[in-house]
Design a protein around this ligand. Structure first.
Ligand SMILES: [Zn+2]
Length: 244
């Protein structure tokens, strides 16, 4: 049944969207892709960057993984799928923006928040190692929000892990060079699917706020400091006004 729905969906796409965008597909086929934006999102089935932003084929280059994490640069000859996609987007396609998109109710982050006590990863081969990318940030947030409701803590870890991923982007030297040169801007976004609202991190206030109300200048530009993204600063801001 699930697969039949996919085939029906493709038939509809072919007769509808594809026909309506024949010129676009023809252009993309003959000229290749030249997206200006790299999206790094979660594999979660509920959070599709293309649907959320209503973009067209060719508009965004996308990599999705568990919890939308970016590991630090580690050129050790092993298989780094996320880093390879980032490298191609930055060095091959010369994207001008990178958006890391976290989201509410993220199962990967929930396992990170609850994992130690539930042994959530015990029967998996790869998840625990992967989620280690955000473990230090989790520790800072959990310590800093001791006594606060678990859902608030989970949400803060979701958002702080996006900041962690943005900071880790800057460990790739060819990426940091472009940010310093002003040709690449990094953005930290978080989508709340229960209210249908998109939030962006504003370094000036160290908080995520609805995109309609914040500067979209970016979380990291040639003018910003990486310390602006620290989990400690984020938690200090969250502690002052715990309504994220
Ligand atoms: Zn997720």
């Amino acid at each position: 049944m699930a697969l039949e729905r996919l085939l029906k969906g493709f038939a509809d796409f072919r007769l509808g969207y594809y026909r309506e965008h024949l010129d676009l597909f023809d252009k993309l086929a003959t000229e290749g892709q030249s997206p200006r934006i790299l999206f790094i999102g979660c594999s979660d089935a509920r959070v599709d960057p293309g649907i959320l932003t209503q973009t067209k084929p060719g508009d965004i280059f996308t990599v999705r993984n568990v919890a939308a994490l970016v590991p630090p640069a580690q050129p050790d000859g092993r298989h780094h799928g996320t880093s390879a996609a980032i490298e191609f987007a930055v060095r091959g396609l010369s994207v001008e923006h990178i958006v890391v998109l976290g989201h509410a109710l993220c199962g990967g982050i929930a396992a990170l928040v609850d994992g130690d006590k539930n042994d959530a990863y015990a029967h998996y081969d790869y998840l625990a190692t992967w989620m280690r990318v955000a473990r230090d940030v989790r520790d800072v947030v959990v310590d800093g929000m001791a006594g606060r409701p678990r859902d608030e803590v989970a949400r803060a870890v979701e958002q702080a892990s996006v900041l962690c991923s943005v900071k880790n982007l800057m460990t790739f030297p060819w990426l940091a060079e472009k940010v310093a040169a002003g040709t690449l801007v990094l953005h930290a976004w978080w989508f709340n699917l229960t209210e249908g609202q998109l939030y962006a991190f504003d370094p000036a206030i160290a908080r995520f706020a609805p995109v309609s109300g914040v500067s979209l200048e970016g979380a990291v530009t040639a003018r910003t400091q990486l310390s602006d993204l620290s989990a400690e600063r984020f938690i200090a801001a969250a502690g002052r006004k715990p309504d994220f």
